[in-house]
Design a protein around this ligand. Structure first.
Ligand code: NAD
Length: 346
């Protein structure tokens, strides 16, 4: 099948070619992000392969359909950037990579917690300048602290297990509680209780219209003073302006972000020679107790290999059976029912 691979980086090219060892698909690698303006680049392809910051809204899908595209293979677990209703209406099938390495994301999340707590990012810079003073680097023992996990699916459960390993008490909120999490020692509570009791709050739920700005002014007000907030899930789960206020007031004591609600156009690009016109991002970056990584939590060798293997399997399954191996469609299950793309580009 001819496939246009959008937002393609060198590692996509390498890993997808390795996974498609037999050359079953004709992969055409395109650097631009997929959106309504670039969709015509898929001319002549039956499928497109898209990543997290590609915009698969109704207009983009219409252009794709017009150019003969019948299948979207997402190289991600999240599908908040796809208008599933419009895809169904235009006859375009969608599939994703539901499970590649929850360890990759959970371990990165733990890395953010550890670095923020012990100020590793600041210590690294100080030592390079021969500043060996410890002032400002005071951390706290994780042992005995309370961690609140919002969403105990594959990644949340993995993160909960890591934190229980540190001797933390783990509270969780999820509309669909899991026995595996309970067996791992997780205590389910209401969202408000979790926010009021946790020293560290970590987000692991999908972005849907219901979870858009899940962490906003009102919920930040429920948090304990000095709470550490970590988001490795999707940027728009967090209201950036509210979080900036929370950091200024000290209600949020540390902030770790791997995702950002306006990350499209910033993350995955080298913009080191450019002025960034996003004041909110620069404001966040200016806090010493904020640590941002550019959507790299998934980025391990194991995860990249698994993403490529599942993507090729989705393409092959669609070519053979007319449906991807891991289809995503409206109505599949309650948690897979975003009524439309959420008002975010992440
Ligand atoms: P998953 O589907 O296994 O788990 C998601 C969990 O969230 C489910 O248990 C679900 O019941 C729960 N949930 C749904 N709505 C909720 C709500 N309103 N409040 C609390 N919980 C809710 O997904 P996963 O594989 O664990 O991935 C979680 C998220 O991580 C994905 O949606 C994706 O956005 C993000 N992610 C980020 C990266 C990265 O590189 N930063 C990589 C992969 C996934």
């Amino acid at each position: 099948m001819r496939v246009a691979v959008f937002s393609a980086k060198l590692y996509d090219k390498t890993s997808l070619h390795d996974a498609d060892r037999d050359g079953a698909h004709e992969l055409s690698f395109l650097e631009p992000r997929l959106n309504r303006d670039t969709a015509a680049l898929a001319e002549g392809c039956e499928a497109v392969c898209a990543f997290v910051n590609d915009e698969l809204d109704a207009e983009t899908l219409a252009v794709l359909a017009e150019h003969g595209v019948r299948f979207v293979a997402l190289r991600s677990a999240g599908f908040n950037h796809v208008d599933l209703r419009a895809a169904a209406e235009t006859g375009i099938a969608v599939a994703r990579v539901p499970d590649y390495s929850p360890y990759a994301v959970a371990e990165h999340c733990a890395a953010l917690v550890l670095a923020l707590n012990r100020k590793t990012h600041r210590a690294y810079n100080r030592i390079r300048e021969h500043n060996f003073a410890l002032t400002g680097l005071l951390g706290f023992d994780l042992h005995g602290r309370t961690v609140g996990v919002i969403g105990t699916g594959k990644i949340g459960l993995c993160f909960a297990r890591i934190m229980t390993g540190f001797g933390c008490r783990v509270l969780a909120y999820d509309p669909y509680p899991s026995d595996a999490a309970r067996e791992a020692g997780v205590e389910y509570v209401s969202l408000d209780e979790l926010l009021a009791a946790s020293d560290i709050v970590s987000l692991h739920c999908p972005l849907t219209p219901e979870t858009f700005h899940l962490i906003g002014r009102e919920r930040i007000a429920l948090m304990r003073p000095g709470t550490m907030l970590v988001n490795t899930s999707r940027g728009a789960l967090v209201d950036t302006a509210a979080v900036v206020e929370g950091l200024k007031s000290g209600r949020i004591g540390h902030l770790g972000l791997d995702v950002y609600e306006e990350e499209a156009g910033l993350f995955f690009e080298d913009l080191s020679d450019q002025v960034i016109g996003d004041d909110a991002f620069d404001r966040l970056n200016a806090f010493p107790n904020v640590l941002i990584t550019g959507h790299q939590a998934f980025f391990t060798a194991e995860a990249i290999e698994a993403i490529a293997a599942t993507t090729i399997a989705n393409l092959t399954a669609f070519e053979v059976d007319g449906i991807g191996l891991h289809p995503v469609s409206i109505g599949e299950s309650p948690e897979l029912e975003p009524s439309s793309t959420v008002p975010s580009t992440s």
